[in-house]
Design a protein around this ligand. Structure first.
Ligand code: PA5
Length: 426
């Protein structure tokens, strides 16, 4: 389901460049659960071991909720937010027809943004899903308060409680305590799965069910990726990708990986990917800085830097989508005053793909920017499941190759400590 092309990164003979023993030994850390942070490898076999009873319950609750609301307010931040949004936008596009609208809050402390969303839903039928593994994160905590207050004001306490769902730890944290006390339906984030690896748990699946996304297809796609990435050598494309970025970073000195997409509806997917790799690898003074662009949009801004700016800094990984969600013909014009009739036999997508081809040549050849190309057929639920699982596997391998723990994030605590001190939290 993913075609990996290393030709433009000059690593097509990767098996001759990297010591295969290193790959096999590192793979053991994943499959034998012998590496750092191995308590958080629950996502590894999740596509075949997910809780079917909980899944059925989620389907029932989501269906009932969808019938009552126009908008679902999804409260969460980081790993409790990005996966659902990445999936929703990749699969349904930015202006979906039908299904329930998802709006994300608690991913910022911006009063302007939060108030705008409050005003937007004031006269709409809405429900809330509050997602937090720890159940104590400040941003979603305060956002939930204001949306819960509004819902209770509109619907009354009893009806509001039927429109609120919590996704959290099975027994710990303030969110679990509050949900139980107020009678909110809860779904569980497994103990052995951390935030950025949780998109295939209720964290991602529940809001997507409410949106009307085919979550069976997501899980099928993930299961296929799980089976396709079981080899402990470089026939495993997720490992090939991890090995390529490891060589570019540690042997060739590149410091930045830029994930490139040519579809605006993939932008949040690139945000999810940034968190996955940035938070998993960026520790102990190591790691590639993950950045992203959407072309051709950003060719008219950052494109200049990528083509001619600092050399030896960044390489690109390109997400090439074979078939668009929707295609559009370029119309003919009888006067041709804009001189564009030469394109009239082409579709937007054809032009987009030709742009991709031209950019890869310009960046990889004249620009001397290594390019890794990942090709997928469609932007649908199955492809999302496949791609997200495939990147998680690649990420675990990448972080272990750097000898860091992929599953912790000690650096995130530093700002929290300072903020709580300044806020006077006891
Ligand atoms: O990946 C992670 O672990 C983080 O991004 C968390 O998901 C994020 O900090 C939110 O935490 P919580 O789900 O506990 O509110």
């Amino acid at each position: 389901m993913i075609k990996l092309n290393l030709k433009n990164s000059k690593l097509e003979n990767i098996e001759k460049i990297i010591d295969i023993k290193l790959i096999k030994e590192t793979s053991k850390k994943i499959f034998e659960k012998s590496g750092q942070g191995s308590d958080f490898l629950g996502w590894l076999d999740l596509p075949e071991k997910f809780d079917k009873i909980e899944y059925k319950k989620m389907q029932e609750v989501a269906k009932k909720l969808r019938e009552k609301i126009e908008v679902l307010i999804v409260v969460g931040i980081g790993g409790s937010y990005l996966g659902a949004r990445a999936a929703d936008e990749m699969i349904r596009g930015l202006y979906p027809k039908g299904g329930c609208e998802l709006i994300y809050v608690g991913n910022t402390i911006s009063s302007s943004y939060t108030k705008q969303v409050l005003d937007y839903v004031e006269n709409k039928k809405f429900g809330i899903v509050n997602i937090s593994k720890s159940g104590t994160t400040t941003e979603p905590g305060i956002a939930f308060r204001v949306f819960e207050n509004l819902l209770i004001k509109k619907e009354g306490t009893k009806s509001a409680s039927e429109l609120i769902v919590a996704v959290t730890d099975k027994s710990r944290g303030a969110l679990k305590t509050m949900a139980d006390a107020k009678g909110y339906q809860t779904f569980v984030i497994p103990d052995d799965i951390g935030g950025r690896f949780s998109v295939l748990t209720p964290v991602g699946i529940f809001p997507l069910l409410v949106a009307g996304v085919d979550t069976d297809a997501i899980l099928d796609g993930a299961k296929k990726a799980m089976n396709d990435t079981k080899a402990d050598d470089l026939t495993n494309t997720a490992y090939q990708y991890a090995a390529a970025r490891y060589i570019l970073h540690t042997k060739k000195g590149y410091k930045v990986e830029t994930l490139v997409s040519y579809e605006l509806q993939m932008q949040m997917f690139t945000e999810w990917w940034k968190q996955l790799f940035g938070e998993s690898e960026g520790k102990d003074g190591k790691g590639l800085l993950p950045t992203s662009v959407v072309f051709s949009t950003d060719l008219h801004s950052l494109g200049q830097f990528i083509q001619e700016g600092t050399k030896g800094l960044l390489f690109e990984t390109i997400l090439k989508i074979k078939n668009p969600l929707l295609n559009l013909a370029i119309p003919a014009d009888k006067d041709n005053l804009d001189g564009l009739n030469y394109l009239q036999k082409k579709s937007f997508h054809e032009v987009n793909n030709i742009a991709l081809q031209g950019v890869v040549e310009a960046h990889a050849n004249e620009g001397e920017i290594p390019n890794i190309i990942l090709e997928i057929d469609e932007m649908n639920a199955n492809a999302f499941g496949y791609l997200s699982y495939w990147f998680m596997k690649a990420c675990a391998m990448s972080a272990y190759l750097l000898d860091v723990n992929p599953f912790n994030q000690p650096g995130v605590e530093v700002y929290k400590k300072n903020m709580f001190k300044l806020l006077g939290k006891e």
